[in-house]
Design a protein around this ligand. Structure first.
Ligand code: SF4
Length: 443
């Protein structure tokens, strides 16, 4: 049978789609090649969220065609879903364009491409989530970790965001469906399950008109196994406070939140179609820290949004100083067509936006460094991601470190990837920890 290779771009949600595509192709009898050189078909699973990501994906398609003139190139993912016709008409490097609304169509797309046809398959996003949608037999995470996508799409309609255009309106999976998938992942040796979606604070709102995340966590907590649950991406305007007691009761729930505040000036937040302000957001952080004193907090800020004045930016800096977030990513606004913000004015010059981003990043370096010091001497459990046998060194993650986005923990010991070890943090090393092994649990 012919073989495929998936060149993965974008976020963890797109990674889950890539895993699903790989599983569908394996089910159809295709072979998964270990490198693009060894594959008959290279599938580029693209991101289409902001300008830089779009450029990266398009460059990957062009590079793939230049590198492998005789291979079939199929473009999948968010960029295909957002610009299907444009890609099909203009990107002659691609043999097939497939959207992400129905991943079960990918094997037939590949069949047709291999038969010599140039294919465009991009149905619109469905309005409900099919039951038992995800059945991934292959995972792209480090051993011992897996992401579960619990929602698809988003109905918040932040004015700068193209996600509702690409992924459609919010659709939630049922609790039973998610718990069944979690059980099957645990049976396969996964230790950390990372729950993702565009905004988990809306999980279930389309099903029952309310956030059902606390119910979901309680149901996952009823699984009688040793594992860790991590919850990512909770919109600050409807953070579900009822998850805090559930998480406090169960030590398997990582006390870690990624709350993308984006800004702290009410004026900018309103223009972004968000509702909060600096006082409300500081109050939210205080309530979370009060309930979970060991909580680790990540956020993202978006600067250079149309209409952001110097005083709006100063307000954001003041919030940053007071909030003392542990991890923070700063981004400049990307002018995305068909979003409400596209036409907004006055636009902030790109050079000013870049300077503002740099100021945020500079201030965060010292905040993160100071925040991390509270972990020196803490003994905790870490999942080993990579091991370097010759150096007796491994890279691991604790509850305070989410996959891919945060610092890591370096443990000077020989450990097996996927195993869970107990270690004592002995020093801070930039954004990483150095830790000493205390004992090991086999994968
Ligand atoms: S909540 Fe996130 S994904 Fe949803 S519209 Fe806003 S920025 Fe986009």
């Amino acid at each position: 049978m012919p073989s495929f290779y998936i060149d993965q771009h974008g976020c963890a949600k797109n990674q889950v789609d890539g895993e699903e595509i790989a599983s569908r192709l394996l089910d159809a009898g295709y072979l998964q090649a270990p490198s693009p050189e060894q594959a008959d078909v290279v599938i580029i699973n693209t991101c289409g969220f902001i300008e830089d990501a779009k450029k990266e994906s398009i460059n990957a398609i062009i590079d793939a065609r230049r590198s492998w003139a005789s291979k079939k190139i199929v473009v999948a993912g968010c960029l295909s879903q957002r610009y299907p016709k444009e890609l099909f008409d203009d990107l002659t490097e691609a043999d097939g364009i497939a959207g992400n609304a129905d991943l079960s169509l990918l094997p037939s797309v590949i069949d047709r491409v291999l038969a010599g046809e140039r294919v465009l398959v991009c149905p619109p996003q469905p309005t409900v989530m099919p039951a038992a949608h995800y059945r991934r037999s292959t995972l792209f995470d480090y051993p011992g970790t897996a992401h579960i996508k619990i929602t698809e799409g988003c109905s918040n309609h932040c004015s700068y965001c193209a996600i509702p255009l690409i992924r459609g309106e919010l659709r939630s999976r049922t609790i039973d469906d998610i718990v069944a998938e979690a059980r099957s992942l645990l049976d396969r040796g996964v230790f950390e399950i990372v729950l993702i979606g565009q905004d988990l604070g809306n999980y279930g709102r389309d099903l029952e008109g309310r956030c059902m995340l606390a119910d979901l966590l309680a149901s996952l907590g009823a699984i009688d196994r040793d594992f860790r649950i991590r919850v990512m991406y909770l919109h600050p305007d409807h953070f579900p406070l009822d998850i805090l007691p559930v998480m406090k009761r169960d030590p398997r729930m990582a006390h870690y939140f990624d709350i993308p505040f984006q800004h702290a000036s009410a004026h900018v937040l309103q223009a972004m179609n968000r509702r909060g302000d600096r006082t409300q957001y500081l109050d939210l952080l205080a309530r979370i820290r009060d309930a979970l004193p060991d909580v680790m907090l990540r956020s993202t800020f978006l600067v250079g949004f149309p209409g952001e004045t110097e005083s709006d930016f100063e307000e954001l800096l003041a919030f940053q100083e007071q909030a003392k977030l542990d991890w923070l990513g700063a981004f400049t606004w990307s002018r995305e067509e068909h979003t409400p913000a596209y036409a907004m004015k006055p636009r902030v010059p790109a050079s000013v936006a870049r300077q503002r981003k740099a100021r945020i990043e500079e201030m965060q370096q010292s905040i993160t460094s100071a925040q991390l010091h509270r972990f020196v001497n803490v003994v905790d459990r870490f999942i080993v991601e990579e091991a370097f046998e010759h150096d007796d060194l491994c890279i691991a993650r604790g509850y305070m470190q989410a996959p891919d986005v945060d610092g890591v923990t370096l443990i000077h010991a020989s450990c097996t990837p996927g195993s869970v070890v107990t270690a004592r943090i002995i020093a801070i090393n930039g954004v990483d920890f150095n830790a000493r092994l205390e004992y090991t649990r086999s994968p």
